[in-house]
Ligand binder design. Sequence first.
Ligand SMILES: CC(C)(COP(=O)(O)OP(=O)(O)OC[C@H]1O[C@@H](n2cnc3c(N)ncnc32)[C@H](O)[C@@H]1OP(=O)(O)O)[C@@H](O)C(=O)NCCC(=O)NCCS
Length: 177
Amino acid sequence: MTGAPLPDRLDTARLTLRPFRLEDVERFARLIGEWEVARWLARVPHPYGLEDGQAWVALAARNRAERASLDLLAVRRDDGQPVGGIGVILADGEVGYWLGRPHQGIGYGAEMLRAVVPAAFALGLPRLWARIAPDNHRSRRLLETVGFTPLDDGDHDDADHYELTAGRWRFLTPETA
Ligand SMILES: CC(C)(COP(=O)(O)OP(=O)(O)OC[C@H]1O[C@@H](n2cnc3c(N)ncnc32)[C@H](O)[C@@H]1OP(=O)(O)O)[C@@H](O)C(=O)NCCC(=O)NCCS
């Protein structure tokens, strides 16, 4: 890892990714509180109350200050409406992400990942990886679309692992190197 500052804003075509704030809690808690979203997320409580959201905002800020993780809320650029979140654990490069149900199926997942992946590599991480439930076909497809490949690491937990190395990302996006 380099000592480069963690980005506090990443812009995509339709989204801005920026740190979670207390005033966002009501709106993102409603989205992540839906079982259809939460069921895929190993570390997210369900049901999800406002106090869970407040605790998350505090934890994300602390993790940012300690350079433990980069956690960003995705808001629509045109009206500031939260649509989802994405995070990277900086010790090992694990990536996690979610979108609220009304915001799925329109390409925001790829937009978030394609912004966060180069930002994480710019911090010096050699590889990123994600853990997904075997039946999470959408997430699998999304990871493959962005350039992640399945990892046969002999780890027999009940999840599938995908990885993307910095070298492969440079190969896939030579125009940005
Ligand atoms: C995973 C998630 C972020 C995907 O983001 P998204 O922007 O809604 O993704 P899309 O609906 O555009 O789908 C991504 C790809 O999967 C494909 N897809 C959608 N539903 C699918 C299904 N049931 N089976 C296989 N592929 C599917 C899409 O066609 C698209 O592929 P394409 O780019 O080749 O067309 C979103 O569904 C989500 O938040 N899910 C709940 C939380 C979650 O699963 N997080 C990840 C935990 S590892």
